[in-house]
Structure formats: C-alpha cells, structure tokens
Design a binder for this molecule. Structure first.
Ligand SMILES: [Zn+2]
Length: 246
C-alpha cells in the first residue's frame, strides 16, 4: 500500500460541499478507522461571500473534524468546470494517486452546474483510470491503472430523481457534522462570527441549519434512525450473501 492509498475518496465541486452533503457519513467511516481523502474541484472563487483564502483555511479546519487524512484542491474554474480532456486527466491522476475503494460524488441532476459536471467528470475518469493505455504520471513516476465500481452519489440541493439506494445512520456524529460545516464561517451562519455586512445567500441564513436538520431527520425517519444521509449508487449494488444484511 502506498502512503496515499485510501478507503474513501470524496469529490466536491466547492469547499464545504462534501461536509454539507455527506459529512456525517465521512466522520463515522473515519472514526471506524477508514482512510479518507477529499478532493475539491475549485477554490469557490465565484462564491458570493468570503475570499479564496478564507475558504482554504476553513476547508483545512473542516478536514480535521471530518477525520480525513488528505485534502487537496484541483483549482479548476469555479462555475465553469466541464468534462474536458484536461480536466478528466487531472481527476484520473488523483484517482490513481489515492486508489480508493469507494468514491463519493455529486448526483447527475443538480442545481449548480459544477455539481452536474462533477458527476460526469468523475464517472468518465473512473472508467478511464482503469485503462492501462491511458498513461499518467505523478512527480515523474508513471501511475498504475486503478479500477473501482463502488461509486455513490450524495444528495445536494435537488432531491434524487429516483429512490435513494441506501441511507447511512449519522445520529451519533450529527453534532460533529454541524461542527465541520460551521468551520465555514464565511459561508454559513455562525452566531457572533459571521460577517453581517456581506450579502445573504441560501447558506448564510440561520434557517439553513433548520433545513439541514429537517432533511436528516426525514431520512432518518424512513429507516429508523434519528438522523441519516441519503446515497444513490451509480451501479447496481451486489452483496456476497444475505448474511451481509444482518
Ligand atoms: Zn457546490
């Protein structure tokens, strides 16, 4: 195993996307001993509030709470990330670097165009990363191909167009998830800390946390937990035996 190899690689378009969509599931998995990496596609330079420097500092603070070993930013253009050959190549390189067993990504139908693009970029890169004739290198060293079929979409602004494939119980880590989100003082409402002179956004209203809780409670109710996060599997899920469902 190389030093970067992880169990889970979570992709987000902007710093804070991963925390909001699936922060609880990541914290829980990391607490169980899983190695986690987060790759943000852009610095969020088009964000209405805060600066790139603020968001980078906040993302690093949040990484610690999530329990992720690695976090990096591909510095693709915020608002204009497309599945170009150059972008897909960058993502193939990080997939081959981290060699994840599971990848988390945005769903295919989303409000922010970058989120939809992320789904396309990562799915294409996941396929191409397994092909040995696609040659990439990291620091001058050729990378081995890496193949993975466990790709799960987290939920962002829009509800899924179909039923979720599964729900993860985040009851025990729900407060830690909120703590990770509150690292983004420039983006969300943090009492006494947020800058009241910046324009209001959907995330910067205090009600955003009520909305987040309502959704987590609803998903929890569906499956008998207090709080849950919903996921959509890109490929059909196969299990070795019914015993795996016990
Ligand atoms: Zn985003």
């Amino acid at each position: 195993m190389n030093e970067f190899e992880v169990d889970l690689l979570a992709f987000g378009s902007h710093p804070d996307d991963v925390e909001i969509a699936c922060g609880g599931s990541i914290i829980k998995f990391a607490q169980e001993g899983a190695r986690v990496a987060i790759v943000d596609m852009s610095l969020g330079e088009l964000g209405t509030r805060g600066t790139v420097q603020d968001r980078q500092r906040e993302a690093e603070e949040a990484r610690k709470i999530l329990g992720a070993k690695f976090r990096e930013n591909l510095e693709l253009p915020d608002g204009f990330t497309f599945p170009t050959r150059e972008t897909i190549n960058k993502v193939i390189k990080v997939i081959r670097k981290y060699r994840p067993k599971i990848v988390l990504l945005s769903p295919p139908f989303e409000r922010h165009p970058d989120h939809e693009s992320l789904n396309q970029i990562v799915r294409k890169a996941m396929f191409l990363s397994g092909l040995r004739k696609i040659v990439t290198e990291e620091n001058g060293i050729p990378q081995d191909p890496w193949r993975i079929r466990k790709m799960y979409c987290y939920m962002q602004s829009y509800p899924f167009q179909e039923k979720a494939s599964f729900y993860v119980d985040i009851t025990d880590v729900y407060q830690a998830k909120l703590e990770a989100i509150r690292c983004y003082i420039s983006q969300v409402y943090v009492e006494g800390k947020s800058n009241p002179n910046e324009p209001t956004t959907r995330l910067s209203r205090p009600e955003f946390f009520d909305e987040l809780e309502a959704r987590a409670r609803y998903f929890g109710t569906l499956v008998g937990f207090k709080y849950a996060e919903a996921f959509l599997s890109v490929e059909p899920i196969g299990i070795a035996s019914l015993s795996k469902l016990l």
